[in-house]
Design a protein around this ligand. Sequence first.
Ligand SMILES: Cc1cc2nc3c(=O)[nH]c(=O)nc-3n(C[C@H](O)[C@H](O)[C@H](O)COP(=O)(O)OP(=O)(O)OC[C@H]3O[C@@H](n4cnc5c(N)ncnc54)[C@H](O)[C@@H]3O)c2cc1C
Length: 397
Amino acid sequence: MKIGIAGAGIGGLSAAALLADDGHQVTLFDQFAAPGPVGSGLILQPVGLEVLDAFEAGEVARGLGQPILRMEGYEAQNGIRVLDVSYGATPERQGLGIHRAALFDTLYEAAKTRAIPVETDARVTGREGPYLLIADRKAGPFDLIIDACGAGSLLSPLRARPLPYGAVWATVPWPEGTPLKLDQLSQVYRQADRMLGVLPVGQMSEGGEALAAVFYSLRTDQVEAWTAQDFEAWKDAATALWPELGPFLAPLTNHDAFTVASYTHGTMRQPWASGIAHIGDAAHRTSPQLGQGANMALLDARALQLALRRDRGDDALRHYAAARWGHVRAYQAMSAAFTPQYQSDSRVLPILRDRLLAPLSRTWPTRRVLTRLVCGDLLPPLGGLTPRPPRTPRARA
Ligand SMILES: Cc1cc2nc3c(=O)[nH]c(=O)nc-3n(C[C@H](O)[C@H](O)[C@H](O)COP(=O)(O)OP(=O)(O)OC[C@H]3O[C@@H](n4cnc5c(N)ncnc54)[C@H](O)[C@@H]3O)c2cc1C
């Protein structure tokens, strides 16, 4: 098939590599002038890493990222351990903290290796049947268009609900002598109106220095006030709340080191229409509380590849949507339930979180459920399209 992919981000680049491997003729279009990611770090979960393995990008990502074995978070005022989730014991069941630039480079390299054309400066504004509309020209015709334009997609009919809280993110060197563990995501909360975190994200290129993504939650309507605030005074206040954060903030001298992120929540009822499939944030978006967004985009790309191996046309798109339906909905619902416990103005939810849910999370079987939840496979992520393991010949008696 001749496939046009709008958006060369995590989902778009992965879909391009997977579909090119199946012999499809793929072209990518992105609005960026030169290829490059924005933002700081993220966690790739085991289900997302499996997708990278499907087009041989997993090893490169693992070589750059930092294995994450645990997520731990404390309430700053009462000292209660609110979050304590361990990954599995084996490397296949661990998360991977990775810088967005390192992940982008890995995926972009996969596209380049396959000689997939990437048209830059190509802002997709809509589609007309099999054509993509790009400024004053049309590209196509394509047998299939994939919308991988992320949360700002102009092709997607999804209108998502803005969430009241976002965060500011920065990348810093991992400081020597910090008591924080290099193999865990560490967080501190003040009720639900403040969340500070340190995520180890490995290195930008092989042999580079170890890095961390630091984040600080803010109401979106307070970003302007935060930017106007004296930077050193803000650093002192953040460090008073979490002293271990001090060495991470030390190299930062002004607000410009931070990227502001705002979040929305919404899910498309049907992530396709005749001739077009929506994947990743274009189809469903939420806060990064469960750390699943990139994985969801990767799983969508893989499901679409597997659906196109079975069928053509609308039947394939129907299969793609059906395979992802339960997993997407379950994770969107859980993200909607968890987010206000960590990022909201509620006074009641953090009390419930600290006094009821935190002790519950340390009991069996909740511990195991939470591990599956963060790994991304609490439900089968590819539904009926799950590839069967190769049969091993039975030993003769
Ligand atoms: C601060 C933050 C932290 C996060 N942390 C995590 C985490 O720990 N784990 C996790 O799994 N997820 C995390 N996420 C979510 C994750 O980043 C997204 O879900 C993921 O990037 C979605 O991938 P995508 O391919 O759909 O979109 P994107 O990766 O956003 O890519 C979209 C691409 O489309 C291009 N584009 C946009 N509009 C147009 C247009 N009109 N024309 C042409 N091109 C266009 C953009 O330039 C971009 O290259 C986080 C998100 C944020 C904001």
